[in-house]
Structure formats: C-alpha cells, structure tokens
Design a binder for this molecule. Structure first.
Ligand code: NAP
Length: 482
C-alpha cells in the first residue's frame, strides 16, 4: 500500500483548492481521490436543464484564478465545470488524481498516527493527513413517498438527471420548488406538454438580473484586472452588507431584501390569489434565499399548474393528490439532499476506533468547521457550520485550505506526527457559535437542510472576512500535538 503525506477525498472545488494550495506550499506528496471519472463535484453531478450558479461567477471562482471568459454573469453548469477542468490542468492536479475510486472507510491508527482509507473496489491508501472534501450536498434525498415503486413512468432526482428520457410531449411533475426546481422549471417548460410543480412551501426569491457579458466588458477585464477585482468586490459587498445583516435580523436590511423579493414577485405575478400562494409564510432567510427571473413567468404559462396539495401517494399512472389521480409520464424529484448526518457516505473511525457518526449522534460540530476531538489529523473542508446563506462558499474553502496547509507545514517542520483539537477548545468555539446562530434567521424555522433537529449544523454565523481572519493563523493553544 502506497503511503502519502496527505489524502484528499473529493475533487470538487474544495479538494481541488486543497491540492493547489498544497502544491504552492511545496507539499507534493498527496493524492486526490474522486469517486467519479472527472473533477467538478457538484458541477459534474448536477447536469439538470437550466443548472447554473446562484452566486455570480465573478465571486464564485477562486480568488487566485480569475476567469475573463465567463459568458454570463451567472454561469451555467457546463462553463463552471470547464473552469474547474481547466484549473485542474493549469495547476498540475491531474497527476495527483485517482479517479473512479469511492472511499467508504477511513480508520486512524493511534500507534502510527496514520489514516488508512479503503475504497469499495478494495484499493487502500495510507496517509498522515486525511482531508475530507466531499461537500455537503452530494447525497440525493427522495422522500419516502407512498407507493413510489408502483409508478411506471420515468422518475429521477434533479442531481441524477436522466438525459436519455425525452421530455418533449410528456406530462411532467417537478416535486419541490427551491434552488434546483426554480432553474429546472423554466428550462423545460417549452419542451413538455404539461408541467405540474408541487410546492410545499413558497420561497423568498430575489431577481437575478442575468445577462451575457459584453465583449468590451470581457476585454476591459482582461486589460485592467483591477476593474475585475472591483466588480468581484462589489458582489461580495452586496452579500456582506445587505443579505448577511438581513439574516442577522437587522431590521432595515431585512425590510430592503423583503421589498426586493416582494417586488420580484409582484412584477411577474399580477393575480393576487397566485401572489398569495407564492408568498412565503416563514421569515426571510430562514431557508436559502433564491435568485431567479424566469421561474415566476414560467408558472404563468398555459401548460403549467402549481400544485399546493401534498402528494398522497404514487399510482402506476401518476400521483394521487387530494383524492384525485393526476397522470404523469415523468416525475423529477427536486427534493434536495441528505445533508445530515454529515459525511454519511464514509465510515470514519478515529482514536480508539470510535465512529464519527456516533461522535456526532446529536448533530455534527467541529472546531472552525475543520477539526473534531478524537479524530487526529482529520481535516474537513466545507465541514459543519461553514455553509453560507449570503456569499460564495469558495471564500470559505480557500481560508480552510490555507489553514490546513499551516497545520501540515508546522507538523512537518517540527517532525511531529499528529495534531488534535482539544475538546475544550472545540466545545467553547461551538457554544459561542450556537449562541450567535440562535439569533439568526436560520433558527426561525423548525426544519430546513441547515438544521439537524433543533441545532443548526450546516451554517456559519458570520461574514466571510471574519471567518478568514479567524483562520489566518492557527491558535496552537487549541491543539495537542505529538
Ligand atoms: P432544497 O433546498 O432542499 O429544496 C427541496 C425542495 O423539495 C423544497 O421545495 C422542499 O419543500 C421540497 N420537498 C422536500 N420534501 C418534500 C416532500 N416530502 N413533499 C413535497 N416537497 C418536498 O433542495 P435544492 O433545491 O436541490 O437545493 C439544495 C441546495 O443546493 C440549495 O439550498 C443551494 O445551496 C444548493 N443549490 C445551488 C444551486 C446553484 O447555485 N445554482 C442550485 C441548486 C441547488 P419545503 O421547502 O417545503 O421543505
């Protein structure tokens, strides 16, 4: 079995960033193991019609790898994936990739302070450092609808889009109306014969105001990189100075964002009854605020019905709703992802053989979202409490990668074998974090993918700059090393 200094699991934005930062620091003894046959993570997996980013690409890209070839302000999946593929080649990640290898077990050996990772295929990898970069949104969740197995039409999850299924002339149901669905619905409405959108609860939605970049904008950004930086900064400011305060309960910001959402709705939907049905009944920001210009107009099309009654059960021919059967040829589940328990796809065993799933039985937590006591030399990227509702996750990911490099360099420099966060440091960090989160919009709703039971396990409480500052230098008093 080959030994490495580090094994990174996942070749999405996080794992790639980690690899790039390790190489930049001269730490070349690592592999990136990826279950699929390409880099890209979310952007390789989600190929549903209309898939595009809901953060403008000028911000949803690495700070060190500006791209002046974005065609649209909010890029589509194919272009984001190409950016990732090009970046992987440019930064020499290809030679570090192990593709088509799904890790399902990771065990820490206290005696050697090394992790052994095992793949479903039987392949094994050993490393001092185990960096888990599998993301938060990669296990599709399909609710246990009654009699689903009886349905004879085609059905698939939004993240597992079956492109072999022809939608033209079909009666299609889209279950769910959140971030994925609001992109799918306008993208397929022209194709299908009949489209029914199943809405359980309406969502807050801001206008996207998307458009292609003009050629002179692209030229200018190439010639004067400072201008491109400034544009990136202006998008960042919008999130940090308007959306984040709204999430934190600032009344003015909350009012402004609420007005923008209501205007977006009333501009498109003139019928007061439909507007009422589409007006959220939960506080702004408690769930992800959506962006879209085309979803509301799509609902007005003659071949579209908005269904607000719950799915009772599936039948061979369709879906039973309020005692009536509605026939469908295709059902799309835009029903989100299994975000909790965290890291459900890998059996992780730390010191003394303890299971991470057991350690987190009351919900995931970690010091800075990166490390957890009892699991030395394990680092998480986009781990517990690092998701954002207001800005680009890449800002968090870059800070995490720099932090992990610091840890690894310090260990190497001092010939140390292991690093483990102290239980007390992790506990006090999390108590303070949960205290702050309890005042935020995320806490004003009983259930969302941000929560595990009553605890907010997925989201960060502050701004991206605050997080980056916190991670700028490792506080060694929070760790035990040997
Ligand atoms: P989601 O936000 O979890 O939404 C799931 C949808 O399915 C909701 O409308 C939900 O209704 C509905 N649903 C769940 N169970 C249901 C049931 N039993 N019956 C009826 N409806 C049900 O999933 P998502 O839209 O895939 O988005 C997940 C996250 O992925 C987003 O928050 C975002 O962070 C990310 N994302 C990003 C992009 C992008 O950048 N372009 C695109 C897509 C997704 P309720 O609201 O009532 O629970």
């Amino acid at each position: 079995m080959k030994k490495y200094q580090a094994v990174i699991v996942g070749a999405g934005f996080s794992g790639m960033c980690m690899g790039i930062k390790l190489k930049a620091a001269g730490l070349n003894d690592f592999v990136i193991i990826e279950k699929a046959h390409d880099v890209g993570g979310t952007w390789r997996e989600n190929t549903y019609p209309g898939a595009e980013c809901d953060i403008p690409s000028a911000l949803y890209s690495y700070s060190f790898e500006h791209n002046d070839e974005w065609e649209y302000k909010w890029s589509g999946q194919a272009q984001i994936l190409k950016y990732q593929q090009d970046t992987a080649v440019k930064y020499g990640l290809t030679e570090h990739l192990v593709l088509g290898c799904e890790i399902n077990k990771a065990v820490f050996d206290e005696a050697t302070a090394e992790w052994t990772l095992s793949a479903a295929s039987g392949q094994q990898f050993q490393a001092q450092h185990f960096i888990c970069a599998v993301g938060q949104l990669h296990i599709p969740a399909i609710p246990p609808f009654s009699n689903l197995q009886e349905f004879e039409g085609d059905h698939f999850h939004s993240a597992e889009w079956d492109h072999a299924v022809e939608l033209a002339g079909k009666r299609v149901a889209v279950i769910g109306n959140a971030a994925s669905a609001v992109q799918i619905v306008p993208a397929i409405v022209d194709k299908v014969e009949q489209l029914t959108v199943f809405q359980r609860s309406p969502n807050w939605m801001l206008p996207k105001v998307d458009r292609p970049y003009t050629s002179w904008e692209q030229r200018l950004s190439r010639k004067i990189p400072l201008l491109a930086r400034f544009y990136r900064f202006s998008i960042w400011i919008f999130g940090e100075w308007l959306i984040l305060p709204a999430l934190r309960g600032n009344r003015l910001a909350n009012w402004v964002v609420g007005v923008l959402c209501r205007r977006n709705l009333s501009k498109a939907i003139k019928d007061p009854e439909l507007r009422r049905v589409l007006t959220p009944d939960y506080p702004l920001g408690a769930k992800r605020i959506l962006f879209g210009d085309t979803y509301y107009p799509a609902l007005l099309r003659d071949n579209v019905a908005l269904q607000t009654e719950p799915v009772e059960s599936f039948t061979p021919e369709g879906i039973r709703v309020a005692g009536q059967e509605i026939p469908f040829d295709v059902v799309v589940f835009a029903t989100g992802f299994q975000t909790n328990p965290f890291l459900a796809s890998i059996e992780v065993r730390g010191s003394g053989g303890q299971l991470l799933s057991e350690h987190w039985r009351d919900g995931a937590y970690a010091y800075l979202g990166i490390a957890t006591h009892g699991f030395p030399n394990l680092y998480m990227m986009y781990g517990p409490n690092t998701n954002l509702g207001h800005s680009s996750i890449l800002l968090m990911i870059e800070a995490q990668a720099d932090y992990i490099v610091q840890c690894m360099q310090a260990l190497k420099g001092q010939a140390l074998v292991s690093i483990e966060v102290k239980a007390g440091a992790e506990q006090s960090y999390n108590e303070q974090l949960q205290q702050r989160l309890s005042d935020m919009a995320f806490n004003q709703i009983d259930k969302s993918w941000y929560k595990d039971g009553d605890r907010i396990t997925n989201n960060w409480a502050g701004g991206t700059l605050e997080y980056a500052r916190l991670l700028r230098e490792v506080d060694w008093t929070s760790f035990d090393t040997r």
